[in-house]
Each structure stands twice: as structure tokens, then as C-alpha cells.
Design a binder for this molecule. Structure first.
Ligand SMILES: [Zn+2]
Length: 318
């Protein structure tokens, strides 16, 4: 669930970006909600009150700050009264203060509104880029969904691409630059052909999906380089008429190989019959016993040479 706005859906009198665009820029950019003096203000989310300033001194006047359980910090300033004390736990929507206009030592130091500041961590930091846009985190489903998407991408870029982004769901310059680097990476590997614009749009998403689809695809096991020899391997020899002569002797009375140098089913059947009768069915055993083969059971150049010797000799002899 997103954050609760402090005073409901009142008018925004100055946006987060408006604060950042000031010259000089606000050192605590936040969202100004215009509301009548004394409006009840509620907690953005569940958390613990960590700071209450009860005087009108300083540019901020009265302040209530809550460390939210989600890790962020929210602060409300220019208050007329704080309704909580430091150390108190609060829940989302609970009244924590009433709005005012306090600042610069006066009850009416500024126009009536509540300035709401959001930080990514449980700490005060100051400067143009020190805070988050509270509006992007309020309980609007679309805004939250987008923030979540950006946060997920930031997390992904950190884990998979070695980036060091703050995972705040904010689409800022650092995130954009990291996405540009990722687009360059995808492009370099042929997955992406779009612009290196830092905008994770449909084309970038498609490239990202393609990358992971390839990674996830089962890789076919490489064909073994060698395998245990069988009579089928004779087919790869350039000449086998001599071996066909051997085969012919062991085929049935009316069967012939044809001595055509084509190692078909009859050639295989005949040679296998010879091997079954004399060498335990093993081509390798025959090549070892008679044709000088020394080696393992696997068909390779050395065994092929021995088989060629057998072929040549039997072509002459038979
Ligand atoms: Zn303000």
C-alpha cells in the first residue's frame, strides 16, 4: 500500500520538482499541500516518531518526523501543533499534527500549507537531490506500480550488471545512465537494435527477455567426438568392397552385397555375421587380432586405418 497524503486530496501548492527548480534549489525538496491552518495531518505509513520540533524557529518551523518501517523517513513542517512525541509508534492514517504556517520564529512565517519531505533512508540529508518525491509513493496504484517497476529494474541492474544504484524506485539520471549501459550491453550481443536512450521501453524489454530466454534454453549436449565402433562405421571408409567380399561369405545363399562399395543393410548384416561367428561380434576384436589395431573401442582415424588394411587385403585375397 502506498503512503497516505497528510491532508487528503488537497491541492498541491508546490510540487517536489518545483522545489528543486527554485533558484537556489530547495535544500529539502518536498511537496507542499495547501491546507487551512489547523488541518489534521496523518502519518504516511507505519513507523516511529523520531523528531519533534515544537518551536517556530528556523525556515521549517514546527516539525514532526517519522521513520517508516519501510526504511524511509517522512517529515511534516510549518506545523501549528505536533500531536505526537519522540519514540511514539504511529500507524498509517493516524493523526500526528495540525498544519500551520510556522517559520522563521513566527506563527505565520509562511503561507498556510504543509511541506512534506520524504527521504530514502532513516536519516536527514540536505540538498537538491537529497530527497524523494513523496507524491510518487502515495496510495495511487499506477504511481506505485511504476515505482515498483523502476525499483525492480534498479535492483536487477545492481545484481546482474554491477551497478550501484540506490533502489528507490525513482527514475533519475543515475538510473537512466545505468539503463543506457545495459542497452549498450544488449546491443553489443545482438539482442537489441534500438536507441541507447536510457528508456526501458518495449524494445529494451524484448531484448532483455531474449537474453534470458537464451540463457534459460537447454543447451543440446555436444555430440561425442568418438563412439564405440560398430559395423555401421565401415560406411565412412572410402573403399569397402573388400569387406563386402567378407560379408558376402556370411550372407544367406541368395543374398549378395553387390560389391558396389555401398555399405547397405546386407553389407552390415554379412560382416556382423562373420564377427559374431569368429570375434564375439566385435569389429574391434577382429581389427586387433588381425589388422594391427592397438587402441580403445572407439572409432577414430587409427581404427579406420586398420579397417582399410582389412579391406585392401580381403579385396585382393578373396
Ligand atoms: Zn515546501
Amino acid at each position: 500500500m502506498g503512503y497516505a497524503r497528510p491532508a487528503g486530496n488537497v491541492k498541491i501548492s508546490d510540487t517536489f520538482q518545483g522545489h528543486r527548480n527554485r533558484k537556489p534549489a530547495s535544500t529539502e525538496p518536498g511537496t507542499d499541500y495547501g491546507c487551512a491552518y489547523g488541518t489534521t495531518l496523518v502519518a504516511a505509513g507505519d513507523g516511529v516518531v523520531v523528531d519533534v520540533q515544537t518551536t517556530t524557529a528556523g525556515a521549517d518551523g514546527r516539525r514532526v518526523t517519522i521513520d517508516l518501517y519501510d526504511g524511509r523517513r517522512v517529515s511534516y513542517i510549518h506545523l501549528s501543533v505536533a500531536l505526537v512525541r519522540v519514540g511514539q509508534t504511529v500507524t498509517r492514517g493516524q493523526a500526528v499534527a495540525r498544519s500551520g504556517a510556522s517559520a522563521n520564529g513566527k506563527e505565520w512565517g509562511v503561507g498556510a500549507h504543509v511541506h512534506t519531505t520524504l527521504w530514502a533512508k532513516h536519516a536527514y540529508t540536505w540538498g537538491r537531490d537529497a530527497t524523494l518525491d513523496f507524491e510518487l509513493f502515495v496510495g495511487d496504484a499506477v504511481a506505485i506500480a511504476f515505482q515498483q517497476v523502476v525499483a525492480d529494474r534498479q535492483n536487477f541492474l545492481n545484481v546482474a550488471q554491477g551497478e550501484k544504484l540506490v533502489v528507490d524506485g525513482r527514475f533519475g539520471d543515475f538510473t537512466k545512465a545505468a539503463i543506457q549501459r545495459y542497452q549498450t550491453y544488449l546491443k553489443g550481443r545482438g539482442w537489441y537494435s534500438g536507441d541507447i536512450d536510457g528508456d526501458w521501453g518495449p524494445a529494451t524489454q524484448a531484448a532483455h527477455d531474449k537474453r534470458y530466454a537464451e540463457w534459460a534454453a537447454p543447451h543440446a549436449a555436444p555430440a561425442p567426438q568418438f563412439h564405440n565402433a560398430t559395423v555401421d562405421d565401415i560406411a565412412s571408409l572410402p573403399n569397402k568392397r573388400g569387406l563386402q567380399k567378407v560379408a558376402d561369405l556370411y550372407l544367406g545363399r541368395n543374398e549378395k552385397t553387390g560389391l558396389d562399395n555401398d555399405w547397405g543393410p546386407r553389407s552390415r548384416k554379412g560382416l556382423q555375421a562373420f564377427l559374431n561367428q569368429n570375434y564375439g561380434g566385435s569389429l574391434v576384436a577382429w581389427l586387433r587380432a588381425k589388422w594391427g589395431y592397438v587402441g580403445n573401442e572407439q572409432w577414430g582415424p587409427v581404427m579406420a586405418a586398420a579397417a582399410t588394411r582389412a579391406d585392401t587385403a580381403n579385396w585382393r585375397a578373396l
